[in-house]
Unconditional design. Sequence first.
Lengths: 194, 158
Amino acid sequence: MKTNKPANSTLKQNFTAPKPNGQIDIPRTKKLILTAMLTAFALVAFVIEASIPPLTPIYGIKLGLANVFTLFALYSLGTHCAAAVMSLRIVLGSIFTGQLVSFIYSVSGSLLSFLLMILLKRFFQLKQLWVLSILSAVTHNIGQLAAAIFMTQTPAIAYYLPVLILSGIIAGAFTGLCAQLVLIRLSKINNNLD
Amino acid sequence: MKKSSTSTRNSDKQNDIIGSDLYDCSQTVSYKVKNRIWIIVFSVLAVLCLGAWLFISNISSPSKIVEIYQNGSLVEKIDLNSVTNEREITLSGEHGTNIILISNGHIKMKSADCPDKLCVKHGELKNSYSPIVCLPNKVVIKFENSSDGVDAKAGAVR
């Protein structure tokens, strides 16, 4: 009993003590499991969203629910895990939905937006996550548009740019607020559990 | 036992620090100000985009010569005013099949085997700034010499 108690407390401390920047300091195994779970959640969200018929007759406008989990991973687990969640989601998601063409657009947009996210993450705290989300959603749409122009060899599609920026702002605000509110509530729970 | 109690106290302290870091009143004020600035920035951008979209989509094309592209190369060039009776063009490529309906002054995508059918939902080709695009099958229908105008427009929007 005597040896058990301190070991238990250090274990608990290891699991729940977050760093001052809001990131939770967790052991590798738990990180791996959380990454895998977030990837699975993101995949489910992606597949469900892909099966809903598009609302507007413009290619590339969608909510991007799977991005909630990427943002969650970025702020709670770090850059590496977020990259894993996102790349796995794109590869597996395009296999599940069976659209190889959309895979190319998805990769180009995601790569650009993820680069922006890891570059700008240090400037945005948890309460400003939605700003980062909007910026990344807009760059995602711009990357997708650039890939579409390159693939179809028609610069005329650049006409869609204002609509894609607008949809990026709306969708980015939604997904960013989702991830932000969940993260703030989770950090409150973590504080109360100790 | 003594050691364990100090360690738990330490962790409590750490959590207090984090809690204050996240929910400190003086910091939330600056967050609120920053958030307000960002909200203004994004709403202005959204309004600008909406305006640009409405402006672009209201321009109608003066010429009625239509070009059909597949895989980036010109397949057919038709003057819509010289079309007398309705006819269909079937485009089949490595990616899928599209059926285009042409009548006097009008052109639209009748059917396509792409998954989302956005090109069919687009309806008739109205102006040079909104070409009918089927991304999965790589088919583009647009008015002739519209590329100059769109390039200039895209440069202005950027």
